[in-house]
Design a protein around this ligand. Structure first.
Ligand SMILES: [Zn+2]
Ligand SMILES: [Zn+2]
Length: 144
């Protein structure tokens, strides 16, 4: 799987010579999450891709976690800020739609959970979820 956010430019393309500019996407690497699911992590931007149902498992695991609730992190504030941005409906500079790294479908910002006002990028085809760096941790805090 490849990161829907990160591209990097390389001039080291053996097929087109060293002058050719070639855009490549960062590869996601599978990492094990404490909730017992395997998530795909981008080492470039810190984003993660979750298959359909995995975020729900993480939510359940977070609820049974007995750690004391921490103060909202800056990442959580960022999640809320994003929700407000999306809610405002003033596009003009709407972010380009992400392409699902799993199936190539279009991703759209969707409300996660009931009235949580947290927006996550969800694939309209396979219902996989993309979370930017820090957003997974922020959601885990929120789930507790
Ligand atoms: Zn990335
Ligand atoms: Zn998809």
């Amino acid at each position: 799987m490849e990161c829907p956010r990160c591209t990097f430019e390389t001039t080291n393309d053996p097929y087109r010579g060293t002058d050719a500019r070639h855009h490549r996407r960062m590869r996601l690497s599978a990492i094990a999450h404490a909730a017992g699911v395997e998530i795909d992590h981008c080492s470039g931007c810190g984003g993660v891709f979750l298959d359909h149902g995995e975020l729900a498992k993480i939510q359940i695991a977070a609820r049974s976690d007995t750690k004391p609730t921490r103060a909202p992190t800056t990442a959580l504030q960022r999640v809320y800020a994003r929700a407000r941005e999306h809610g405002a409906g003033t596009d003009g500079e709407a972010a380009a739609a992400l392409v699902c790294p799993s199936c190539g479908g279009e991703m759209a910002a969707r409300n996660w959970g009931f009235g949580s006002e947290v927006m996550v990028d969800t694939c309209i085809e396979c219902r996989g979820v993309w979370l930017d760096s820090g957003e997974l941790e922020a959601l885990e805090d929120l789930f507790r």
